[in-house]
Design a protein around this ligand. Structure first.
Ligand code: URA
Length: 236
């Protein structure tokens, strides 16, 4: 693929802008400066820098964000800033979108991609990819709340009771709740239906992919092959 197309495909702007970057000597490829927009490269494992910043060619983008509180999961946020503003402009430019939504006050693991098949697989109700939430409860609870949530609770506007796939009480104010669907405010509504209230909510895992301890709130990183394999295995 020629260098101008490579940069364009990775989100560095229009073809014209990419050509200018290259002609202005702002680009190196595999460690060597290159000022020829038409120069052809094998994209497999290609490393390049633009204005001194290092990148690796990725045909599709797959990434995770540790969502902080106070951000909306919408492309057109109404009140608070959008989660997309936490990503570099080139990822927005190449059209990555968040997979599913977390409420503005919910923190934790949020996936993004521009890979249509991946987005479909991760969000399709058919695959029921389990999501694990750490729920901080307002009122002290005992193991009965876990039993109630595992047996199923009736939510307003739902035809059938909804049951958690798993529920573990960590202490009287914290439980880990695993859900197979992602209905509107589902955790908050289920906890309310079980007679308690959510004080804080954090998504700590999707399938077998756990939010890494060293990924601070507001930070993002690429998904590794290992992460993608964990997501694929986590499907039921
Ligand atoms: N359930 C909720 O109630 N809120 C979230 O953000 C995610 C799941």
């Amino acid at each position: 693929m020629n260098l101008e197309r490579i940069l364009h495909s990775q989100g560095f702007g229009s073809r014209k802008l990419c050509r200018i970057l290259i002609l202005n000597n702002e680009v190196t490829v595999n460690g060597e400066p290159c000022d020829d927009p038409a120069a052809d490269f094998d994209t497999t494992g290609l490393h390049f820098t633009v204005k001194g910043e290092a990148w690796e060619f990725r045909e599709k983008a797959h990434l995770m964000l540790h969502k902080p509180a106070g951000y909306e999961c919408s492309l057109k946020p109404a009140i608070r800033p959008g989660v997309h503003s936490l990503l570099p402009a080139l990822l927005r430019e190449r059209g990555v979108q968040n997979i599913g939504r977390l409420d503005e006050d919910t923190t934790g693991l949020l996936l993004f991609s521009d890979d249509g098949q991946f987005i479909h697989r991760m969000s399709s109700p058919k695959w029921k990819v389990p999501k694990i939430y750490e729920v901080t409860l307002k009122h002290p609870a005992d193991t009965r709340i876990a039993q109630t949530l595992m047996q199923g609770v009736q939510l307003h506007d739902e035809p059938e009771p909804i049951a958690a796939l798993n529920c573990v009480l960590i202490n009287e104010h914290v439980l880990h709740l695993t859900l197979g669907e992602g209905k509107y405010h589902q955790v908050k509504r289920m906890i309310a239906a079980a007679g308690n209230r959510v004080e804080a909510l954090k998504r700590i895992a999707i399938g077998r992919l756990v939010l890494p301890d060293d990924l601070a709130a507001g930070m993002w990183r690429w998904l590794s092959e290992d992460d993608l394999a964990k997501l694929a295995r986590g499907q039921t």
